[in-house]
Design a protein around this ligand. Structure first.
Ligand code: AMP
Length: 376
């Protein structure tokens, strides 16, 4: 596909904040976006030229959506691969349904990663309680039992500490089959976001360090406070995975830095990622611009970072109520996603604070820099 001319329409499957920020980057490049979402008044549709309100699994809605657009991407992985196949029969879809199939299913994902030479925590597929017991005998405890599909933000997983917990966890988690993962004693969690164009060029942002609260991303520090060799190894691993996927688009690779210094891949997501929101303010071209450029067939600029950054998510009611104080804090760069109602665990926005390169403060400095959001 040659470069999409200005004025073309990019279709985005999914109406959330990732679609919203992608659409805002697309607008800056002279494109229009058209969103497919079941939700009226979605964050993405609020800033887009058009929307098809319909179910992701409804062939009529998929056809109508495809008729409006020149190229299709997604910001959301819980569309069925068959739905994406239907879209791909009508318009170019980037990344391809093949990439979605791998990232949607933890067994397919881990099998692909290991076959590509990307290390992960040791794991076993488990299709019965007997298989779970056998897997625990090999991997030991503690271990983490996860659903293979539809898991996000810590949903669909259970930490197993003692043999007595196996049966309850097996019965509680669904859909089956499940995956058992050895527990990684990690020093920190990092991620790398990489873009890859149709001609095979890859560019990767610096590795960043993520902390979670209640299984939801809380803060991202850019760059990660790890040594250059580890950071470069993480970037190289992310580029390698994008190449092996033959990705056209954007890929987030979440990794553990184990306490023994190994880098292990936790999961991959072929779309913009919450741990890349800092790039809007700290980079000349953000993850969203790289996403749109890769999808539209435009050249990829280098993923340069002009500043260090701290990104803090605004999750749930209490943090969202801090909005007036956030707006009044000099240096805090506010982003709100246009969601009507804050609910526990719902990502409502984020705030970014920039520092000169090399001047990312330690934990107390970060908390202070976040002003009203820095309180524990
Ligand atoms: P996930 O849904 O796979 O991204 O897992 C959510 C969070 O659970 C991760 O960000 C980690 O903090 C933790 N976690 C997941 N898998 C493991 C593991 N194998 N060992 C230790 N912690 C894990």
């Amino acid at each position: 596909m040659s470069a999409l001319p200005p004025g073309s329409i990019i279709g985005i499957v999914g109406g959330g904040q990732l679609g919203r920020m992608s659409a805002m980057a697309a607008a800056r490049l002279g494109y229009r976006c058209h969103i497919l979402t079941p939700e009226p008044d979605s964050p993405a549709a609020q800033v887009s030229a058009g929307v098809t309100i319909g179910d992701f699994e409804d062939p009529a809605a998929l056809r109508e959506f495809a008729a409006h657009v020149d190229v299709i991407t997604f910001e959301f992985e819980n569309i069925s691969a068959e739905g994406l196949d239907l879209l791909a029969s009508l318009k170019p879809v980037r990344p391809s349904p093949h990439v979605l199939r791998i990232s949607q299913d933890r067994i397919a994902e881990k099998s692909f990663l290991n076959a590509s030479g990307a290390p992960t925590a040791p794991w076993r597929p488990v299709a019965s309680l007997a298989e779970l017991e056998a897997a625990v005998a090999v991997l030991g405890l503690p271990a983490i039992l996860k659903t293979t599909r539809l898991g996000y933000d810590g949903k669909g997983q259970a930490l197993l500490r003692t043999p007595g917990e196996l049966a309850a966890a097996w019965h509680e988690l669904s859909p089956k089959p499940l995956v058992l993962e050895g527990f990684v004693d990690f020093a920190c969690e990092i991620s790398v976001i990489v873009a890859r164009s149709e001609d095979g060029a890859t560019v990767a942002f610096d590795a960043v360090e993520n902390t979670h609260r209640d299984h939801i991303l809380d803060t991202t520090l850019a760059p990660a406070r790890i040594g250059a060799p580890l950071a470069e190894a993480a970037q190289a691993l992310a580029c390698h995975i994008a190449e092996r996927l033959e990705l056209v688009g954007l890929l987030a690779v979440e990794m553990f830095v184990a306490s023994d210094g190994r880098v292990l891949v936790n999961e991959i997501a072929p779309r913009p990622h919450n741990s890349g929101h800092w790039t809007i303010d700290a980079c000349p071209a953000s993850q969203f611009e790289l996403h749109i450029r890769a999808v539209a067939g435009l050249p990829l600029p280098p993923a340069i970072r002009h500043s260090d950054a701290v990104m803090k998510n605004l999750v749930g009611v209490a943090e969202t109520e801090l909005w007036p104080q956030i707006l009044a804090t000099p240096g805090l760069i506010p982003h709100l996603y246009g969601k009507r109602e804050a609910r526990p665990g719902r990502k409502m926005g984020h705030a970014t604070r920039l520092f000169p390169r090399g001047a990312l403060p330690g934990p107390f400095g970060v908390a202070a820099a976040l002003g009203p959001l820095g309180a524990p």
